[in-house]
Design a protein around this ligand. Structure first.
Ligand code: BV8
Length: 233
């Protein structure tokens, strides 16, 4: 592979999984989930206000992931091939909580907004692999007094996962590619600026210009399953 870069950071969002059948958050007709904006459902306040609603929001998405109807698409597979064949380092920073990058074969992944196939102890914050629904009756086994389990995801107002590792990768990057994200959520939407400040070339691959399109040196618009193989293969 004659890709002339040696330290590549790839940020992915819901758009890379759209062609695998997983709904995005904001590019749909109204960007709502059962009449709720994600900003209202994916928050600690929303969870404490209505834990059943929020658990259902994630249980339905976990059922889809485990239902055997979604699989990695050509974009996920092209990124896994890039990581295998590049003489250098590829870091996939995903805002997605699905496991499609793993299923495609990518190894170096940072799930900065958490993972659907894990549950988290409400008290200790420890996470555990989880399949099936999380119900209000499910409790952790890590604490003296068992605490309720919540989805292992980063809600608005909570600290994203892996920020130190992400920062280190952005400082070293000679190429930053953003795939399938609206650029609506921080700190992820600010990564392009940080990478460019440290000299990386920056490319946006998306169905339409994102909220941070002006930050990119290069932009290609269309479907990820077409654009990503075109770029990296
Ligand atoms: C934090 C949970 C402090 C898991 C999610 C005011 C200004 C700036 C920032 C803030 C502000 N007020 C508050 C904030 C901070 C806040 C924030 O950014 N709010 C926004 C709404 C303004 N951020 C936070 O609270 C974060 N935490 O800041 O802590 C801190 C910071 C740094 C260091 C230390 C401490 C926590 C944010 C995490 C929130 N949790 N989800 C889940 O339920 O999935 S966010 C949610 O949005 C998802 O995780 C999702 O990944 C993320 C971003 O959405 P996208 O992935 O981009 O999806 P979207 O639908 O929007 O877009 C899809 C795109 O794909 C579209 O552009 C579409 O055109 C394209 N597309 C569609 N199909 C295709 C395609 N592209 C290619 N091919 C296709 N086929």
């Amino acid at each position: 592979m004659n890709f002339p870069y040696r330290h590549i950071v790839i940020l992915t969002g819901a758009g890379i999984s759209a062609e695998s059948g997983i709904e995005t958050f904001r590019s749909g007709a109204d960007g709502l989930w059962e009449k709720h904006k994600i900003e209202d459902v994916a928050t600690p306040e929303g969870y404490h206000r209505n834990p059943v609603l929020v658990q259902n929001f994630y249980n339905k998405r976990r059922q889809q992931l485990e239902g055997g109807t979604v699989a990695p698409n050509a974009a996920h597979l092209a990124l896994a091939k890039l990581e295998r064949e590049l003489e250098g380092e590829v870091t996939v920073v995903t805002q997605n909580i699905d496991n499609l990058h793993e299923l495609a074969g990518t190894k170096n992944i940072i799930h900065m907004h958490g993972e659907l196939l894990k549950a988290q102890c409400n008290h200790s914050g420890q996470s555990v692999a989880w399949s099936g629904d999380i119900s209000l009756d499910d409790h952790c086994h890590c604490c003296q007094i068992p605490a309720p389990l919540r989805p292992n995801v980063v809600w608005f107002g909570e600290m994203p996962i892996g920020m130190d590792r992400i920062h280190d990768a952005l400082v070293k990057a000679d190429l930053f590619i953003s795939i399938g994200t609206s650029g609506a959520v921080y700190p992820a939407a600010g990564f392009v600026h940080e990478a460019a400040m440290h000299g990386a070339h920056t490319i946006e691959l998306n169905l339409e210009p994102s909220d941070v399109e002006d930050e990119f040196a290069e932009k290609r618009y269309g479907k990820a399953s077409v654009l990503v193989p075109e770029l990296v293969e």
